[in-house]
Design a protein around this ligand. Structure first.
Ligand SMILES: O=C(O)c1ccccc1NCC(=O)[C@H](O)[C@H](O)COP(=O)(O)O
Length: 210
């Protein structure tokens, strides 16, 4: 089994950013979408990231932002990757000169091959549970058998993952990475250091040599 990377999303406290980094997280996600309970300001994101160790990618999340807002976040928050959860066109996502990920809301009739062609300039597709109102961070799983990995593009699996189901999810989908938010929280928007550590432990256990 190949190593599976981990992104912990919706970070709002330095304690959780450090806990995730030290437990082996590859990426941290910061939500720049005001209606979300996990929303953060660029300034606060920069403060949290200041003392983080190297080699942990900071990812900025948006839902149908204005281009100027993305530029302001890039300048102030210091994120290195962008993640788009709305109906952004590929040309919009590609204009900022940073690696970017497109989230796809999974439904029974989604054509992943077509999405991957449409977003061919994306560094990866993030498959998440479809929700027309919240756009992400729903805490709900989708039918993982829809997430076939013949896309010739790194696939990030999200939506309702927890320490209990991530092993099955990885064995079913064999993703490049997994992404979690609600599954490492004690209440909506409040992360738990213990849950972050437990999740990373479970992911690593799926590919550990026994
Ligand atoms: O987390 C949010 O509140 C959010 C709001 C709007 C768009 C995206 C959002 N989060 C995106 C993420 O990357 C989550 O980690 C992903 O959707 C999985 O969330 P969960 O099902 O809670 O693990």
């Amino acid at each position: 089994m190949q190593r599976v990377r981990v992104k912990i999303c919706g970070i709002r406290e330095a304690e959780h950013a450090h806990a995730a980094a030290h437990a082996g997280a590859d990426a941290l996600g910061f939500v720049f979408y005001a209606p979300s309970v996990r929303a953060i300001t660029p300034r606060r994101c920069a403060d949290i990231c200041r003392d983080l160790p190297p080699f942990v990618t900071r990812v900025a999340l948006f839902v149908n932002p204005e281009a100027d807002e993305v530029r302001q976040v890039i300048d102030e928050a210091g994120c290195q990757t962008l993640q788009f959860h709305g109906t952004e066109a590929p040309e919009f996502c590609a204009q900022f000169g940073l690696p970017w990920v497109k989230a796809i809301g999974m439904t029974d009739d989604i054509d992943l091959a077509a999405e991957s062609l449409r977003y061919k300039a994306a560094q990866a597709l993030l498959l998440d549970s479809y929700d027309p109102i919240h756009h992400g961070g729903t805490g709900r799983t989708f039918d993982w058998t829809l997430a076939h990995n013949g896309l010739r593009k790194p696939l990030i699996l999200a939506g309702g993952l927890t320490a209990s189901n991530v092993g099955d999810a990885i064995r079913t989908v064999q993703p490049y990475a997994v992404d979690i938010s609600g599954g490492v929280e004690i209440e909506k928007g409040v992360k738990s250091t213990q849950k972050i550590q437990q999740f990373l432990h479970e992911v690593m256990a799926t590919y550990a040599i026994r």
